[in-house]
Design a protein around this ligand. Sequence first.
Ligand SMILES: O=C(O)CCC(=O)C(=O)O
Ligand SMILES: [Fe+2]
Length: 349
Amino acid sequence: MEISAEPIRVQSLSQAGLNQVPPQYIQPPQHRPNRPSSSTNIPLVNLFGLDPTRRDSVRTSIGQACRDWGAFHVTNHGIPASIVDAIKRAGLTFFNDSSVEDKLNYACDPSSSASEGYGSRMLEKDDTVLDWRDYFDHHTLPLRRRNPTRWPHFPADYRQVVSEYSDRIASLARELLGLASESLGLETRRLEEAVGEFWQNITISYYPPCPQPELTLGLQAHSDFGAITLLVQDEVGGLEVLKDGEWVPVKPLGGDAVVVLLADQTEIMTNGKYRSAQHRALTNSNQARLSVATFHDPAKTVKVSPASELTSASTPPLYREVVYGDYVSSWYTKGPEGKRNIDALLLEP
Ligand SMILES: O=C(O)CCC(=O)C(=O)O
Ligand SMILES: [Fe+2]
């Protein structure tokens, strides 16, 4: 089903009006979203504008949400809803209102993983079931990686909106790592310093309407491989988080709400006190869905290991030290398959 020499984008399949998805998008029965969805919600933590007089209670709520879920909403975090809306709007305009040719001008390099630009395939392996998703990946931090001329020129404010969002959301990620550190009795900057200079990527995912949502996934089950992901989604919904073996839908809250997803390096650094959140995205047959995930990762050369303050003779390290770049390569070559990559670092008891 190659449309051209370019790898396929799901949006073209969706627009072709198929009433069945091509076989490479069909999930095996055990991965299909066929169970009734849970009525639980992920926790919601009001940050009260990071007011210092509220810090004790906010820190307690963050600690509880990190321990119980690894996934939670935050509101009143200081980034205006208008900035959150602006990036969703810019992304939607690019996907919905640019011509295929315009979009393909920004095509990512399909031969290298996580390359910047417009793409659809996530993994290097070509034997996995494909996600019903297109995306645009932006390299945003450190600033020496940020080159807005590689991002869409349409709508006119796209590059400005993404740059501003990148800076604001990195500050929020720093604040959240600070609160998470304190909630474990660590120095405020302990987790941030273990990550080092943030390598931040912003991925705008676009999930076109899918003729067979019961057979497909927008994005397969995975935990993110970096330290902390901050995600915003539109009003359509489709993100789910795994909790005690059950998939829990993350209801869109609108306003300034941001979903926090702890990622694998935080699980390692906290020696498993906080676990990374396994999540996936569903598709639906009526409406396209858009999300913006911002990943905060260590540099490839950083060695990540459990914080020594959290280990002792009676609480030994649970994970082997890993060079972050090796972890990422293994993730992209083997595939996430839930949390197999972090599970591979577990030390024998
Ligand atoms: O679209 C979503 O809600 C999930 C996106 C995601 O998990 C990712 O990009 O890693
Ligand atoms: Fe993710």
